[in-house]
Design a protein around this ligand. Sequence first.
Ligand SMILES: Nc1ncnc2c1ncn2[C@@H]1O[C@H](COP(=O)(O)OP(=O)(O)O)[C@@H](O)[C@H]1O
Ligand SMILES: [Mg+2]
Length: 386
Amino acid sequence: MATVADIKSALENVKYPGFAKSIIEFGFVKDVQIDGSACILTLDITSSAKEVESKLREDITQTLSGIVEEVIINIKKPEEEKQQSNSTSGKNIAPHIKNFVMVSSGKGGVGKSTTTVNLAVAAAMQGKRVGILDADIYGPNIPRMMGLQGREVEVIGNKAKPFRIHGVDVMSMGSLMQEGQALIWRGAMIMKAIEQLLRDILWENLDILFIDMPPGTGDAQLTLAQSVPVTCGVNVTTPQHVALDDSRRSLDMFEKLHIPIGGIIENMSGFICPKCNEESDIFGMGTCEALAEQYNTQVLGNLPIEPAIREGGDSGKPVVYFQPESESAKRYMIASQKLIEYVDQVSDNVSNEEIQPTTPPGVSACSTAGASTQAKSSNGGGCGCH
Ligand SMILES: Nc1ncnc2c1ncn2[C@@H]1O[C@H](COP(=O)(O)OP(=O)(O)O)[C@@H](O)[C@H]1O
Ligand SMILES: [Mg+2]
């Protein structure tokens, strides 16, 4: 007949899901009782995730199967996170995140990731609970820009825990893929990846999740907008007219997806000389004002080309946090403040009901040939990316 000590010793072999330590070492086993041929266990764990509980039940039952005839397991855990989102309709696969800000650009290289990082860190510095999701599957640069390169993702149950750095929770496609690995993404894969980045990451209750999107307007943008009610979009552009043409497509996409436009960041708007501090015009400053007017939105900020911004990106030390006295840091702080005000204004009225797919569940409206006729016949729903 097994004793309490035998049971506890056997339980030393049961690891807490995702960790090298056992449930005994963590102190999660609060009570062990023997009742005839049965063993009654009480555990008090720190995760509310269903996956953690079911993995524990499975491992404990298996470990004790040769020792006792029956195992009764009581698991106490924190309450599941309550829905915080103000969305009243549509779909939301991450309801404990209050606001989603989609950062987009018409093309790559205009400073989208740099802007995401600095706006997010600035919002955290202004007291918001902030996360960054790097959904740029083609060029995930956030790990480098936040100083996370080489850091291993911690897995709990079958979910991944975001990193916490510079006051922000961060998860990147780059941390989940092998470094330098090139992937060819097709429609259905993109949809799955975006959904998993929202559903299978252990995001805490956040005020704002900033999402660095791949450049352009495609499957990733559509999937994100259909999966969660995006509070607003931010467009990043450089001021040359060619860049503005691409920007229009990006702003049109926000409109098509019923995403309120939070504003435009005019990046590389002028050059601040590190020697004399004088600002000179290179690409044509101020051209975004007219664009903002056309889309009934605001310019959140004009960010100069400043070496400190690039250095901060390369070294993983965002300028807004590490060089708060720089001109760029001050402009990012103001831009973030304006954005937060906008988010607070529209947060209650955001819905993605009208852009839900009209295809059957699990079938992509973007890339599955069989579903395309049905998607196209809808009244503005379905896919705009053909
Ligand atoms: N305002 C700026 N001043 C100086 N360098 C910048 C500025 N904005 C972006 N950069 C640099 O330009 C490069 C491209 O920016 P990045 O944010 O990666 O663009 P994207 O995400 O749009 O591809 C990076 O090396 C970044 O550090
Ligand atoms: Mg980028």
